[in-house]
Design a protein around this ligand. Structure first.
Ligand code: GLY
Length: 348
């Protein structure tokens, strides 16, 4: 049985979801600071949990569900937890609605697309790329980094490595990402007209391309995509991929490729985060959640406690697996995908 808990200021209530074939179909989304938790009954078989990024409404979580099912299919075909976690995230990188791979955010200059991605296995293997450009599936490149002596490749070196490994030299954009950029620019103009200003972007401009007319953006839903997997043999893996945030200087790196921040996996579970990267790094969020699990907390409790300790003004979503259970938490709207546990009565 899937359980949704919504935790408001001083109040907690439970809603039993008896029909959750479409992830979060019954979720009610409140104001930003509200924390919503989803969890399931104990389940010991292979399981995959995915997120399409905090800010992505539940109605657009069908791609995350497809990703979870693709990853489970990989497990059933005898692939490892890591291979399955990569397969799940590739599906979401290829979905133009999500901020990763093909749908990655276009940065303030209207041209730059810089992406981060990472993986970790339950045996402690870690690899990442940061500010990589001109590649369709950064998570596949990360998989290749595992074969090198390094943990993290960044910038032009990461891009050149990808092309050397045979990945096509493509600018991973799409009509959806361009439309998102145009909408953003329109809102920027409005914000400027209203005199709103938080940071002097022109004074710090470091893009190789010229400053566009508009300087400011308002955050728009959709962040990192992520997959956590527990295979039938009890091994874990986690993967993440992101187009980063829009309002950044050139070369900004978020939480995704920072060890212990965006994702973590070990013998006791796997964790993947989404949200305000700088704040997630400050909290070493994925490692923090994993430590709670490793010291006996259920995944659901671990993600809830982590979200409660996070500043409400910063967005956060976390998915986590332990040896028997799973948990999804977010302080903004966020759909998710789940594959493995048998559907409860009423599920499609
Ligand atoms: N969470 C993605 C980022 O901040 O880059």
């Amino acid at each position: 049985m899937h359980v949704l808990r919504r935790i408001g200021a001083g109040t907690t209530w439970l809603v039993l979801l008896v029909a959750i074939a479409t992830p979060l179909a019954a979720q009610e989304v409140g104001e930003a600071a509200r924390i919503v938790l989803h969890a399931g009954a104990p389940f010991d078989g292979p399981i995959v949990l995915t997120h399409p990024g905090v800010g992505t409404p539940p109605e657009r979580a069908d791609g995350a569900q497809r990703a979870a099912e693709a990853a489970l299919q990989a497990l059933r075909a005898g692939r490892s937890a890591l291979d399955a976690a990569v397969a799940g995230t590739v599906v979401m990188e290829d979905d133009p609605r999500y901020n990763a791979g093909t749908g990655a955010n276009i940065r303030l200059d209207g041209r730059t697309i810089q992406m981060d991605a990472a993986l970790m296995t339950g045996k402690g293997r870690f690899a990442a790329v940061a500010v990589i450009e001109r590649v369709r599936n950064p998570i596949r490149v990360v998989h290749k980094v595992l074969d090198t002596p390094h943990l993290l490749l960044a910038g032009e070196g990461a891009t050149r490595f990808a092309h050397r490994m045979g990945f096509a030299d493509v600018i991973p954009t799409c009509a959806e990402a361009e439309e998102k950029y145009r909408r953003r620019v329109a809102r920027v103009r409005e914000a400027l007209a209203q005199g709103a200003d938080e940071f002097d972007w022109p004074a710090h401009w470091n893009f190789p391309n010229p400053l566009p007319e508009t300087l400011r953006d308002l955050a728009e839903g959709g962040d990192t995509v992520g997959t956590v997997v527990r295979a039938a043999d009890g091994t874990f893996a986690a993967t993440l991929s992101t187009g980063g945030t829009s309002i950044t200087l050139h070369g900004r790196v978020g939480d995704v490729p920072i060890f212990g921040a965006g994702l973590y996996a070990g013998a006791h579970g796997a964790v993947a985060c989404t949200g305000h990267g700088e704040e997630i790094i400050r909290h070493a969020m994925a490692r923090q959640v994993y430590e709670r699990i490793a010291t006996g907390s259920a995944a659901a409790r671990a993600v809830r406690e982590a979200a409660e300790s996070f500043p409400s003004e910063s967005s956060l979503g976390v998915i986590a697996l332990d040896r028997h259970g799973w948990g999804v938490v977010a302080n903004r709207q966020m759909g998710y995908g789940l594959a493995g546990p048998a559907p409860v009565e009423g599920q499609e």
